[in-house]
Design a protein around this ligand. Structure first.
Ligand code: HEC
Ligand code: HEC
Ligand code: HEC
Ligand code: HEC
Ligand code: HEC
Ligand code: HEC
Length: 455
């Protein structure tokens, strides 16, 4: 009875909590949408409570009203296209640009007036931070490391299965050899002591008689060798999990995760070229000329803010920037990042082929295969959830088998401009041959041809 009562009370509390949170969600409808838009578009450069690249935006509507006597109309114009607005000669627009050392803010012509109102509502009345969120991220990382351990376990189980089957095949071969020898011995003793000793012993006869065993052994050996070579080609160079120490402790979790900085802001060449380079120190300085100390909320266990601030100072040492005098001294020290992903020279891998032409196909297929951990950014299909990693590590095998597995199973996006033109004939032909529901995988457009990936 007592325990029933306890449950009953808990139930009431839970229902109460549910009601109160849903009520608050309802009341802050606009701010919620504003928060989403703010996080997607603005957090690379702005926070509510502190200056990042641009000024703190918490209460910006009231502040500009009080200090500059500007209304939300000004804010709409500024946010939509600050460049044009400055060019129009607006006084404060030019002042604030000068004040921030002429750092360019992006333009947002795609945001509607309603969107901007939602964002401003969010900066005025941000929903209270939910303490549960912090816990969720903590367990999130735990879940990640558990997943990594599980994956490692699975890998070792897989290799155990391979080992056992190899042993079994080896055992079978030995047994057959033994049997053959026995048969030969039997035959010899029969023939030498037997009645037909007049007939010369002929190995050719023997072979003819027992040739199926010999052929069987040769066949098995061939399968065995082919299997070995295939495995060697598919699995050579597995570096999954490789994460070397870097000269600056650069955290993707802090940049891409906490501060939502877009991958391509730093790895801009992924879109256009074969390689997706590590950003140069000048890219870091775009932001770190302003951000010289770490004031973020997130701190990795075992680290502290002083540690992060010390790492930021290394950027200044590398570029020869004197933050006190705000000028370059001319003394630079190159930073040598250790390459983590590195295909052998005989492999041709092109980022833009995957990041531009293949983007939608890869995201759709990944999300279909992993409904419980969907991705929004194409990079994550191959590199894993980089925005949760403090230290980058290889998230996949990056072997030939891995490339081919995806090419076999990923349907090409025939609607994007590039493929529509390029594969029109092929697509029409396939449709005629197999009907209009035909799936066209990367394999079907030649993604398994040796020459596509090998020079
Ligand atoms: C690439 C960095 C960057 C992004 C992204 C960015 N801003 Fe800015 N923002 C700045 C900088 C820098 C300034 C300071 C003025 C200047 O240098 O142009 C600024 C100034 C502002 C100001 C004027 C604030 C004041 O106190 O005078 C507002 C308002 C603003 N941004 C809103 C936004 C909103 C809303 C978004 C997202 C939709 C956004 N910004 C995205 C860099 C950025
Ligand atoms: C603020 C700049 C910045 C942003 C944003 C950023 N990166 Fe990086 N990235 C770096 C730097 C610096 C390195 C080299 C140091 C390291 O390995 O951590 C790097 C390394 C990498 C590597 C390993 C490269 C190698 O050596 O093989 C991958 C993969 C990568 N980033 C992917 C991403 C993805 C995916 C995102 C978006 C989720 C992203 N990065 C966002 C700066 C950035
Ligand atoms: C788009 C802006 C931006 C760029 C570009 C950028 N950072 Fe940062 N960086 C930040 C922000 C924001 C923080 C967190 C500051 C805070 O919360 O107080 C940060 C923090 C850091 C920290 C301390 C936390 C950590 O990751 O260890 C280091 C070190 C750092 N950045 C290095 C770099 C390097 C190296 C580059 C160039 C490869 C770079 N950053 C490029 C915005 C940027
Ligand atoms: C189809 C899988 C795939 C996708 C999608 C992908 N990458 Fe890569 N990435 C690779 C492979 C494979 C390499 C190794 C390339 C090499 O060594 O030549 C690599 C290497 C890198 C490197 C190291 C430098 C280099 O080019 O070798 C960086 C940085 C990187 N990727 C960032 C990104 C970013 C950012 C995105 C999203 C815009 C992205 N990647 C999307 C597979 C992918
Ligand atoms: C996550 C899935 C995925 C992985 C992993 C992947 N690819 Fe691809 N790849 C694609 C898709 C999708 C396309 C088709 C892009 C398009 O629409 O043209 C493609 C196209 C290609 C093409 C052009 C094929 C053609 O016929 O035009 C080459 C070459 C290629 N990939 C090489 C590689 C190599 C090398 C690797 C491994 C290092 C790799 N890919 C890993 C998805 C993947
Ligand atoms: C989708 C891309 C792709 C296709 C198609 C492909 N390969 Fe590969 N191949 C790779 C990659 C990537 C590696 C390097 C793997 C590594 O270093 O871990 C590789 C490695 C190899 C290796 C060397 C193993 C070693 O020692 O590193 C051989 C041999 C090879 N491939 C042969 C072939 C043959 C033969 C074909 C055609 C039947 C073929 N490949 C088709 C991507 C591909």
């Amino acid at each position: 009875m007592i325990s029933w009562r306890k449950h009953y009370k808990r139930g009431l509390i839970a229902i109460g909590l549910l009601l109160s949170t849903s009520a608050s969600i309802y009341a802050q409808g606009d701010a919620k949408n504003g928060e989403k838009l703010f996080k997607a578009n603005c957090t690379a450069c702005h926070a509510l409570d502190k200056q990042v690249v641009g000024p703190a935006l918490g209460g910006v509507v009231d502040r500009l009203k009080k200090e500059q006597n500007l209304d939300t109309d000004w804010l709409h114009k500024w946010i939509k296209d600050n460049k044009a607005f400055r060019a129009s000669g607006d006084k404060y627009a030019n002042e604030v640009f000068e004040k921030f050392n002429k750092t360019e803010m992006l333009q947002f012509p795609n945001l509607t007036d309603q969107d901007i109102n939602d964002i401003l509502e969010y900066t005025t009345n941000p929903p209270a931070p939910e303490p549960a969120a912090a816990d969720a991220t903590a367990t999130g990382t735990d879940a990640n490391s558990i997943a990594a351990i599980e994956a490692a376990k699975k890998d070792s189980v897989n290799s155990k299965i391979i080992l056992i089957s190899l042993l079994a095949i080896g055992g079978l071969l030995l047994w057959m050899l033994f049997k053959l020898r026995q048969l030969v011995k039997l035959q010899q003793s029969d023939e030498l002591t037997g009645l037909n000793s007049s007939r010369a012993y002929s190995f050719a006869d023997l072979y003819r008689k027992y040739s199926y065993i010999g052929k069987g052994i040769l066949g098995l050996l061939a399968i065995f060798a082919a299997y070995g070579i295939w495995n060697w080609m598919m699995w050579i160079g597995v570096y999954k999990g490789y994460k070397p120490e870097q000269p600056i402790y650069f955290s993707h979790k802090i940049h891409a995760g906490e501060n939502k900085i877009d991958c391509q802001l730093c790895h801009s060449s992924a879109k256009y070229g074969k390689v997706s380079e590590i950003p140069s120190m000048n890219v870091c300085m775009n932001c770190h000329r302003m951000i010289s100390e770490y004031k973020g909320k997130y701190i990795e266990p075992g680290k502290d803010r002083d540690f992060y601030t010390g790492e930021i100072q290394k950027i200044y040492a590398a570029t020869g920037w004197d933050p006190a005098k705000q000028q370059y001294t001319g003394k630079t020290q190159p930073v040598e990042w250790t390459r983590i992903h590195n295909m052998p020279d005989f492999v041709y891998f092109n980022h833009s082929q995957h990041v531009v032409a293949g983007e939608q196909a890869i995201i759709t297929s990944f999300n279909k295969k992993n409904p419980e951990s969907k991705i929004d950014v194409v990079c994550k299909a191959c590199h894993g959830k980089i925005d949760t990693m403090n230290v980058v590590q290889m998230a996949n095998d990056f072997t030939m088998g891995w490339c081919i597995e995806c090419h076999r199973t990923t349907e090409v996006d025939m609607t994007n401009g590039y493929n529509k033109e390029y594969f029109k004939n092929l697509h029409d032909k396939l449709k005629k041959q197999y009907g209009s529901g035909t799936k066209v995988t990367v394999a079907a457009i030649g993604g398994l041809e040796c020459g596509k990936c090998h020079y």
